[in-house]
Design a protein. Sequence first.
Length: 318
Amino acid sequence: MAKQKKIQAADPQKVDQQQDVYHIPVMLMEAVDALNIDPDGIYVDCTFGGGGHSREILKRLGKDGKLIAFDQDPDAKRNLPDDERIVFVPHNFKHINRFLKLNGFAKVDGILADLGVSSHQFDEGTRGFSTRFDGPLDMRMDPSQPVTASAILQTFSQQQLHKLFEQYGEVTNAKTLAATIVQQRNTNPLQTIEQLKQALQLVVKGNPNKYFAQVFQALRIEVNDELGVLKELLEQLPGILKPKARVAIISFHSLEDRLVKNFFKKGSFEEETYNPFERETKEQVFKIISKKPIEPSAEEQKLNSRSRSARLRIAEKL
């Protein structure tokens, strides 16, 4: 008779580590601490991803607490914990108000958004987010959306491409880059990462890795309308947060961080300018909890290099 193997219960810590292979949550404790979790409260994780932030929120919720988790990437659903307190919404968080109402939640006690691309998305060559692999120039967070990075390279005018790389990627030679793409696309399909890198070899300035990272960032922002989506989220916050509710947003580049900073400060996206003739003052919506953006610790940056550009801002609804 064969000897039976002893079945051991799964180690929760190891399970968490396996799930975090999908994505290592950035500033996990800082972001969740910022929400001042009420065990019976209702919270939203706008970017579920690997579920790291969500699992930490669930640990702090009681049996009557609720977590609404959004993620438009169908891969994220695989990471859902078996927990009846979580409501998963497989849609972009720009629809936050609509889906909160559909699920019977008028107001919430806190909102967390980690705006970074997940490690899983970067590490899947077929998604087209990373310069490290060859694959299709896709870059869609939601694969059901019609526009890919390749389509943008093929259809945008030279002027549109110039503006795109200058504003979203801060590429120093954006004009030359745009002209090169327009010239190359007549004979080169520019459908894969390697095709794009080869086509741009002669215009790369400085460190090639940094240069292509800027190019890819610009394309990804455009493909997913990341700044437009962030604006839509921010504009809905005053109507869905309860008084004293907290919002914590982790951004990964200055364009996002500036939008968050300005909206928390004065409820708009424009830079503050002094006008001595302007008497009307807008009613303050938020109390700023983090006067300066919170950055990952040196230890976290060492353990997770992708966290280096992360900035966390926290505000409280008045």
